[in-house]
Design a binder for this molecule. Structure first.
Ligand code: AMP
Ligand code: ZN
Length: 486
């Protein structure tokens, strides 16, 4: 598989250190505010990478942190801790704020059909590991103690600029947000441990350490947790493009200084979701949540489809029109897929050499698209070609089911694309959909009385359900809906 590596600024052949195992770490969210659809894009792209690696036969361990302490409003170690700020704004405790938004984060990711990471680790549950790492840096003279914080000394780490490809003086000129802290030796030195003094005297989250009460800086958590779960050298580390200039160089510096080994072999960075030409973000307050798009009648997977229409290294400008087009694209694809589903059970045909080669060709092209630095727009186009092709339904079904392991669009779920004559399950009135789902559950529970009651209610709403050996069939007026699999 070929991947663009930010470290070398080249597309390279990806091979893991210990095949077939792949260790993949993705920076999680700072849980002080709602998850928005900009985050959604980044985590869907991580999910696509993870699913693609699995599809290609790798055994992926995916680790993701939750930043619930230590992320200040400014990268220059200035201002408040985002969590403490969020707590003040909402009148809740920092712990309540972190719990609430962590839940919202994973709820949003679930809606977008993002696989849960193998390991989810919270910064506040790994304070010991962070302190141990800082101790190592102090022992090796890569860090120094000041009255307000322990800082990493970047002058001791000659490779500091290797990720963003500039030397330090150049970086200083492009980053005017970085100010020299009270006792910082170099403006780009960064905090490993903040002491509970001065502006942080009232900080609610704090722990004992060899340097007094305090709390860890943001960057150290990712080094401590990624190395704890994936070892000193990690195959792939991902993040949004904003992390190329500060957070990730800092992770590299502190990890490599501590271990003397290469920290990450492949750095993968995702481009932003924009709105009106500006980054969609919490701080600009120009964001939509997954719930906002649901409230306008879009299912979250339409958003996933929209993300897949643009390569992960290109910015994507969000508009309601583009989401609408994605919704139509997805529903049209599902309609075809569900007709495929319908006819795919009619038995297999013996295929001609020509048809076999055609099927093989689709499969190879799909694989080639994802192997080529995750060209998802191309992969999506191949799914469309398959859907519209003249290959037998059973083979279409198998190919699309196979591709959907990577796409995660639930293309063959009959409940999602339940259709005949252009009407999908999703087009049914919400109360009817709910009743159908409840009836399916009742049938699974063998609660025949409830199932019959629901059938009568559905009939009153104008839709007739008949059970058949192949599952229930739904009809309404002159329309016959495809059979529904329980
Ligand atoms: P945060 O909680 O702001 O630290 O963000 C968590 C992750 O989402 C980081 O990797 C960010 O780079 C990424 N992210 C934030 N905003 C966007 C956006 N508008 N588009 C894509 N990724 C984003
Ligand atoms: Zn991180």
């Amino acid at each position: 598989m070929k991947l663009y590596n930010t470290l070398t600024r080249k597309i390279e052949e990806f091979t893991p250190l210990h095949p077939p195992k792949v260790g993949m770490y993705t920076c999680g969210q700072t849980v002080y505010d709602y998850t928005h659809i900009g985050h959604g894009r980044k985590y869907v792209n991580d999910d696509i990478l993870r699913r693609s690696l699995s599809y290609l036969g790798f055994a992926v361990t995916h680790v993701q942190n939750v930043t619930d302490v230590g992320h200040l409003v400014s990268d220059a170690d200035e201002g408040e801790d985002k969590l403490e700020k969020g707590a003040k704004k909402s009148g809740k405790t920092v712990w309540e704020v972190a719990d609430f938004y962590t839940q919202h984060f994973y709820d949003s990711l679930d809606k977008l059909n993002i696989l849960r990471p193998t390991v989810i680790c919270k910064a506040t549950e790994h304070i010991t590991e962070q302190i141990e790492l800082i101790k190592k840096l102090m022992d090796k003279n890569f860090a120094y103690d000041t009255p307000e914080a322990i800082y990493f000394d970047i002058s001791k780490f000659s490779d500091y600029g290797k990720l963003f490809g500039q030397n330090l003086d150049e970086k200083q000129t492009v980053r005017d947000d970085v100010r020299k802290g009270e006792h910082k030796k170099h403006p780009l030195d960064f905090a490993l441990w903040f002491k509970k003094v001065g502006r942080f005297a009232d900080h609610a989250m704090h722990w004992k350490s060899p340097w007094g009460d305090g709390f860890p800086g943001w960057h150290i958590e990712c080094s401590a947790m990624s190395m704890k779960y994936l070892g000193k050298t990690i195959d792939i580390h991902t993040g949004g493009e904003d992390h190329i200039s500060v957070h990730h160089p800092n992770e590299i510096a502190q990890s490599e200084a501590a271990t003397g080994k290469q920290f990450v072999r492949f750095w993968v960075h995702h481009a932003f979701l924009m709105v009106d030409g500006r980054k969609m973000s919490k701080s600009l307050n120009n964001f939509y949540r997954v719930e906002d798009i649901e409230a306008k009648g879009f299912e979250p997977l339409a958003l996933r489809y929209l993300y897949l229409t643009t390569h992960y290294r290109k910015q994507l400008n969000f508009t309601w029109e583009s989401l609408n087009a994605a919704k139509e694209g997805l529903n049209n694809l599902r309609k075809i897929c569900c007709e495929v589903y319908e006819t795919s059970h009619t038995g297999r045909q013996t295929l001609s050499e020509e048809k076999l080669a055609k099927i093989q060709g689709y499969s190879e092209r799909f694989k080639a698209a994802i192997e080529n630095d995750l060209q998802m727009p191309e992969a999506l186009a191949i799914v469309w070609e398959v859907a519209k092709s003249n290959i037998p339904s059973s083979d279409k079904h198998d190919l699309i089911a196979d591709f959907d392991q990577v796409l995660g669009l639930d293309l063959l779920n009959p409940q999602k694309g339940y259709t005949l004559k252009g009407v999908t399950f999703l087009d049914l009135p919400e109360d009817v959909r709910q009743m159908i789902k409840s009836r399916e559950q009742a049938r699974k529970n063998q609660d025949w009385q409830l199932s019959d009651q629901l059938r009568d209610k559905i009939l009153k709403a104008g839709y007739k359900i008949e059970d058949s050996p192949n599952g229930p069939k739904l009809s309404a007026g002159n329309f016959n809906f495809a059979k529904m699999k329980s």
